[in-house]
Design a protein around this ligand. Structure first.
Ligand code: C2E
Ligand code: CA
Ligand code: CA
Length: 807
């Protein structure tokens, strides 16, 4: 505060002045007091006038002394003299002496006084009244001179007093001025103090306002601080959102980049000013652009210039550009394919954009075209053998239908499949199966004319389209095919024998559509197989009705279980050692309402095909167990299981339930399976078989000898029994080889601790031979035919013939 400082300085000055003035006044007063003292004590005028007065008194006494009768004494006159002497001494000393020296007349007067007095002194010794006139004469002449001296002294004294008075007045003024100054200083001091006070008050007031303001500001600041904090939080939130968005954007950008640079097409996006917006790596590679040319904003004209200079020999690529120029000018969208001279194919898509630019993609379709051609080929050919497939075969048939519709004539379709292929596949493995199919397809192609078409239409199914052939040629072709396939194949050093059957249908007589013709050729094949493998068969109209019949059988079979048309027959088995019935085989019978008994050999395969066998099989097991539970404990029951039943997850459960429901001990149940069950060759089948055995149920290998590598299966599962197929049993008596095989099998079974059953025993001789070969039991019409359950008790009661045999 500059004002306060000023006040302080002023105050200091005033106080200093105050002290100075007081000191000065004190000094002045002291000095004046001394001066005044001197004025009063050593007054020259007074001293001179005293001397004059005393002198006059002396003259008066002297005069009086001279008078007669005077009362004035000599002493008195002498005293007066002494006084005047004193006065003279005063005039000759001190201040008066100074005064006297001023003027020679004054000095002369004093000296005259001294001389006069000295003259008069001689009279004093013997003073007498008469001396008075003499004395007066000596004394009187000095009167006037003394009066003049007194007057001069008076004058000097008056001057001195006037001077002193003047000085006193001056002093008075100085004093008054100082006093006034002090008063003014005091007033100034008070004013300054008041001012100071006021300034302080104002400063205090200002301070208070300031403090209030500060308080308010502080509160405002606190509020503002909170606001800032809130805003900061909000900002942080927004910042996080921004960061997230930024991250998302970056990810999207990366994805966009990745997408752009990983697409197979070259892409180029250009703005309305014909400047590059974006392009991808493929674009650069395709046209061979320098990388620096492809920064966004590059005029597209630069790229064209570059191409025309550096395009080199690739006229095709330049042509692509030239064509596109027209599209750019005309703002036209177009998709085109450019076939370049070097065999490459490009797909170009040009698309103008609404704001004036355009986007174009360029794709090298060469590989794709090749792939498409390959796919088209694969779509019509079999990948393994490269033979035309069913689709192409159909197309060709349709072509030939059109041709004969126009030009007349005929053509034939042959269907064939490879007998025993499945076994080869299952036993020797799929790679061998594949080679076999390939070799067979080559042989088939060789067996027909060049103009004919061989196709693979299924796993081991082939079809041949014989174009423009007469029946004679058709038969010849069929024979060539049969022979070609019948010849052994040699794969990996193994001889493989398979065969085939051929079904032939001739268009247009046997069918006027591709489907119908193929179906009829298939029916003919079916017949050919039925007539014995390795034959060919032409379609006949009645085959169709046979197929119809089969359809009817299927339909009837579906309802047979519900309508109670099934019945289980039982064929007893006789133990050759004891001659006793050791068990019965359950054989299913279908009593068809119109057709009578239908053979299981006919309906079981159909039931398997249409998926009914599992249900039927379960029913048979339940029936068999129930029936067998009432038989003597020594008689077991055998039930046949279809391979298809092993595909049901409920097989084991249904066996357990049948046993539980009937109360039949598991040991009395026997399940017969054929090799084909094991052919499925998967672990689940074996696991199920083991589960069954674990229940205590026995497992028999049925129809042994009809399969392909029978002995191998004996090692895969520990069967309880081997049932030797009736073909062996029946050939045994005439064919030494069959006899040897039967013996070998029986011996092998013994060594594996398996029992054996000879099936289809129709003669005593067969039974005897089996017995002598060591077979455990026999089954056949010679002993018992299959019969209904209620006929069994009779059989169980002493069958004499068996006893005889056994004996
Ligand atoms: P398989 O298991 O070999 O049954 C024996 C067949 O031989 C029976 O024919 C039986 O009648 C017949 N047979 C018995 N002894 C002689 C004989 O001395 N000479 C001749 N020529 N044949 C004899 P069936 O009953 O016609 O059964 C045929 C096939 O049907 C059975 O052959 C079996 O594979 C199947 N099958 C029968 N019942 C069932 C069944 O319930 N389930 C399954 N999955 N298959 C069954
Ligand atoms: Ca059987
Ligand atoms: Ca059998």
């Amino acid at each position: 505060m500059p004002k306060l400082r000023l006040i302080k300085i002023l105050l200091g000055v005033v106080i200093a002045l105050f002290i100075g003035a007081t000191t000065y006044i004190s000094a002045l007063v002291v000095e004046r007091q001394n001066a005044l003292e001197q004025v009063s004590r050593y007054n020259i005028a007074w001293l001179v006038s005293q001397a004059t007065t005393e002198y006059a008194r002396l003259e008066q006494r002297v005069s009086a002394f001279g008078l007669p009768g005077s009362k004035v004494s000599v002493d008195e006159v002498k005293l007066r003299f002494d006084i005047v002497f004193n006065r003279l001494a005063l005039l000759q000393s001190g201040e008066v002496e100074e005064f006297v020296k001023i003027d020679p007349e004054y000095r002369a007067t004093v000296e005259a006084l001294s001389d006069t007095l000295s003259s008069a002194q001689s009279y004093l010794e013997n003073l007498k009244a008469s001396d008075s006139p003499e004395l007066l004469r000596i004394l009187l002449p000095l009167d006037s001179r003394l009066a003049r001296l007194a007057a001069a002294a008076n004058r000097v004294g008056g001057d001195r007093v006037a001077e002193d008075q003047h000085q006193l007045i001056t002093l008075h003024w100085i004093f008054s001025s100082l006093a006034g100054g002090l008063v003014l200083c005091g007033i100034a001091l008070i004013a300054l103090l008041m001012w100071h006070n006021r300034l302080l008050q104002r400063a205090h007031h200002d301070m208070r306002i300031l403090a209030d303001d500060l308080q308010r500001t502080s509160e405002n600041l606190a509020v503002a601080n909170q606001d800032v904090k809130d805003a900061n939080n909000e900002l942080e939130k927004q910042n996080n959102v921004l960061i997230r968005r930024d991250r998302e954007l970056r990810t999207q950008n990366e994805r966009f980049d990745a997408a752009l640079n990983n697409m197979s097409q070259a892409l180029c996006l250009v703005d309305a000013k014909q400047n590059l917006v974006v392009c991808n790596q493929r674009y650069q590679e395709l046209f061979g652009f320098d990388k620096h040319l492809l920064i966004p904003g590059t005029p597209i004209r630069h790229l064209i210039e570059f191409l025309s200079i550096n395009g080199g020999d690739d006229i095709g690529l330049r042509q692509i550009w030239a064509n596109q120029q027209a599209l750019i000018r005309e703002h036209r969208a177009a998709t085109s394919f450019e076939e370049l001279s070097d065999g490459r194919t490009f797909g170009i898509s040009h698309q103008p954009l609404s704001e004036g630019g355009w986007v174009a993609t360029y794709e090298d379709l060469t590989e794709r075209r090749r792939a498409e051609a390959r796919i088209a080929h694969l779509a019509h050919h079999d990948a393994l053998t490269d033979l035309p497939n069913r689709t192409l075969f159909h197309q060709q048939m349709n072509d030939w239908f059109r041709r004969i519709a126009q030009d007349g004539g005929q053509f034939a379709v042959m269907c064939l499949d490879l007998d025993g292929f499945k076994v080869v596949n299952d036993t020797l493995g799929h790679p061998v199966g594949d080679i076999l199919l390939t070799l067979a397809s080559l042989r088939l192609k060789d067996a027909v004319r060049a103009e004919d078409l061989v196709a693979r239409i299924g796993g081991d199914e082939f079809a041949v389209l014989l174009k423009d052939a007469d029946p004679n040629e058709m038969s010849k072709a069929a024979t060539r095919i049969l022979e070609a396939i019948a010849n052994p194949f040699e794969i990996d050093g193994q001889h493989i024998n398979i065969g085939t059957s051929v079904g032939i249908a001739v268009a247009p007589i046997d069918g006027d559509t591709a489907d119908k013709l193929l179906k009829n050729a298939d029916l003919a094949l079916y017949r050919a197989k039925a007539e014995g493998r390795g034959t060919s068969c032409f379609f006949e109209a009645k085959m169709d009705s046979q197929l119809q019949a089969r359809r009817q059988t299927e339909l009837d079979l579906r309802t047979a279980l519900g309508t109670g048309e099934f019945e289980v027959y039982y064929q007893p088995l006789v133990n050759l050692a004891s001659g006793e019935i050791s068990g019965c085989e359950a054989l299913l019978r279908w009593k068809h309402p119109t057709r009578g008994f239908v053979s299981p050999a006919e309906f079981i395969p159909i039931a398997e095909e249409i998926g009914l066998i599992a249900k039927i099989g379960e029913w048979v097991i339940r029936q068999a167990c129930m029936t067998a539970a009432s038989w003597p404990a020594s008689i077991n029951v055998a039930v046949n299981l279809s391979p298809i039943q092993f595909k049901s997850p409920h097989l084991v459960q249904s066996i357990v339930l049948a046993l539980a429901a009937s109360g039949l001990p598991a040991q009395r149940l026997e399940l017969e399976i054929t090799e084909s069950v094991l052919l499925q060759n998967d672990d689940t089948t074996l696991a199920v078989l083991h589960e069954i055995r674990a229940l205590g149920v026995k497992v028999a290998l049925d129809d042994f000898g009809t399969g392909y590598s029978s002995l191998g299966y004996l090692r895969r599962f520990p069967f309880d029994k081997i049932k030797i197929d009736r073909i062996f049993v029946q050939e045994m008596t005439t064919d030494q080889d069959s006899m040897a095989i039967v013996r070998a099998v029986i011996d092998l079974a013994h060594s594996l601790r398996m029992t054996t059953t000879g099936e289809g025993v129709e003669t005593a001789e067969q039974m005897e031979q089996l017995q002598s070969a060591g077979c455990t039991e026999v089954q056949g019409f010679y002993l018992f035919r299959p019969q209904p359950a209620d006929a069994l008790p009779k059989c169980f009661a002493t069958p004499a013939s068996i006893k005889t045999v056994a004996a």
